[in-house]
Ligand binder design. Structure first.
Ligand code: NAP
Length: 531
């Protein structure tokens, strides 16, 4: 068993300068943990950044193979933490061992997937336009570009994914893969889990000979720690998953710096689902079951949770909503991650219920008992009210579904037009109504990063083609994804070289293509050398 100390991990060294502390709380029992975790201080944050800058001077020159070796080693060390990691995370999040076992596999798999990407090599996106000395009226110079790392990256762990969006989660994996040192602001909901990750990562650093400042962990249960991190002039980019309020605050802080930096914040999303009339007629039962499964998965605490369902009014629609309500009411209430999530959900639902247009069909209250829990909740409103009241688009982070019922197809279109940005949007339709669904998809494409046909948005594949992002307020950077292999692009910066002698070019851009990678040369995708 690892002896937890409650320290910050500063470039391999444990530090407890802070005099204020906090503990984790078991959401299944509401009992506090025994370890006191120290809020990071200004001095510690400066030491972390200074070490990261030192490390970057080395790692910016590391080969892709070295970076890949580190990622694979980190994955092995995380796995080697064994059941202790699963049990600690379960105690701090209540997510359950089966879910956490799956999430651990996803987390180590992400690290290994980026290692594979590095070994393949074309992630640097080498693009070469050779010189045209005879071109009239002026010769074209030789221009070659590729991507490079950007420098120390700050990553904010998410509360709802203690592994996959946390200390060594997707943001960290993609920032490391790009060649950047990472400083993690641990989520105060799972500090012990975070410390175990820090132990494993420091073992990987020792085994691979990477510089100590390649990774640091800051503990904190106050917004000051995160604010100081983002304000620090040595930080070059931020990855964040959490609330709209938190993500927006950090985005604004970064924009106000003397040298603003990008903040890749993934925030609130209500993930609209449109159920077309013939789909209700054809498969009401399986649709209601599938929707209830998705809405209650992980107690509804997913950024892709389907929060709002749009339908066109009819007897079948009203029957569907009643049947869905009964399914939700009959399901056991899941455990919520922490008190903060419970009270946030309570306030968010209460604010929605305060609107005159809202009918609560089931739930709408905190479940008293030993655990943090909120009743599975179903609410209903009209499309006209939804269009008139932007607050009805606020996220309810938990097992909550809001039905928006339109009086006509035209009113459905108007309601969808009023939607804010989201991570996903889904249409359920029969193939016979594809013509009617097409303009709806076209409209939703403007609103979301991932479109689904006859599916449910929870469950996000980590693959090259993935897009987990979307227009504001879903994210602050809609052109990028935080899941999937192209996430690496967020933490790299393209540089073009004009008329550079071959010997001075990076290997990826040299005529001979010594790395043997895919490149775009004079508009053709090829591995061929340039003669
Ligand atoms: P959060 O409150 O946004 O916190 C996430 C992280 O950001 C924490 O480390 C927090 O630090 C830090 N932070 C928050 N506000 C900050 C600020 N103004 N300045 C600097 N740092 C700040 O998110 P959460 O604790 O995970 O959950 C709260 C709500 O977020 C949920 O109820 C839900 O609505 C939403 N959420 C959304 C997603 C999603 O993927 N869409 C995922 C998780 C949560 P401290 O706690 O130390 O202050």
């Amino acid at each position: 068993m690892t002896t937890l100390t409650g320290s910050n991990f500063i470039a391999g060294e444990q530090s407890q300068l802070g005099t204020t502390t906090f503990t984790s709380v078991n959401p299944k029992t509401k009992q506090p943990g025994t370890v006191q975790f120290h809020n990071a201080t200004t001095e510690e944050i400066h030491r972390v950044l200074a070490a990261a800058v030192d490390a970057y001077q080395q790692t910016r020159l590391y080969s892709a193979a070295s970076l890949a070796y580190f990622l694979d080693t980190a994955a092995s060390e995380i796995f080697a933490l064994g059941d202790e990691l699963l049990q600690t995370a379960d105690m701090e999040t209540g997510l359950g061992i089966p879910r956490l076992t799956g999430e651990r596999g996803r987390t180590t798999g992400q690290l290994q997937a980026f290692a594979k990407l590095l070994r393949e090599g074309s992630y640097v996106e080498a693009i070469i336009d050779t010189a045209l000395p005879e071109r009239q009226p002026a010769p074209r110079p030789d221009i070659r570009r590729m991507r490079f790392p950007i420098g120390p990256v700050g990553v904010f762990s998410a509360s709802n994914f203690p592994f996959a969006f946390a200390v060594a989660g997707g943001d960290t994996a993609s920032a490391w893969a790009a060649g950047n040192p990472v400083i993690v602001k641990a989520h105060p909901g799972h500090p012990a889990t975070s410390e175990l990750f820090a132990v494993a990562i420091n073992r990987a650093i020792a085994a691979t000979g990477f510089p100590a400042g390649w990774f640091s962990l800051l503990q904190g249960a106050t917004v000051e720690v995160g604010q100081l991190l983002v304000q620090h002039p040595y930080l070059q980019a931020v990855g964040f998953t959490g609330s709209l309020r938190g993500g927006r605050a950090l985005f604004d802080t970064a924009a106000q710096r003397q040298h603003p930096i990008p903040v890749y914040a993934e925030m609130g999303s209500v993930n609209p689902i449109v159920i077309m009339p013939q789909a209700v007629t054809a498969r009401a039962e399986s649709l209601a079951e599938g929707l209830a499964n998705s809405a209650t998965l992980g107690s509804g605490q997913f950024c892709t949770n389907p929060g709002i369902v749009f339908m066109i009014d009819s007897d079948e629609t009203q029957n569907f909503i009643i049947s869905y309500r009964d399914k939700m009411a009959a399901r056991p209430n899941g455990v919520l991650l922490n008190e903060h999530i419970e009270s946030g959900l309570e306030h968010a639902v209460a604010a929605t219920q305060a609107r005159e247009s809202i009918h609560t069909l089931t739930g709408g209250f905190v479940v008293d008992g030993d655990s943090f829990a909120y009743a599975n909740t179903v609410m209903k409103t009209t499309a006209a009210d939804f269009i008139a009241d932007a607050a009805l688009q606020n996220e309810h982070f938990g097992p909550v579904t809001l039905f928006v019922v339109a009086a006509s197809p035209d009113e459905l279109t108007l309601a969808l037009q009023s939607l804010h940005g989201n991570l996903t949007a889904t249409v359920h339709a029969e193939s016979s109504e594809a013509d009617a669904a097409m303009p709806i998809f076209d409209l939703l494409r403007e609103k979301a990063g991932r479109l689904l046909w006859n599916g449910f948005p929870t469950g996000v594949e980590v693959v090259y083609s993935q897009m987990h992002g979307g227009p504001y307020p879903a994210t602050t950077a809609p052109a990028t994804t935080s899941v999937g292999i192209t996430a690496i692009q967020r933490f790299m910066r393209p540089v073009a070289f004009q008329n550079m002698p071959d010997a001075l070019l990076p290997d990826a851009l040299k005529n001979a293509n010594p790395l043997g990678i895919w490149r775009t040369v004079n508009e053709a995708y090829t591995k061929d050398p340039i003669s």
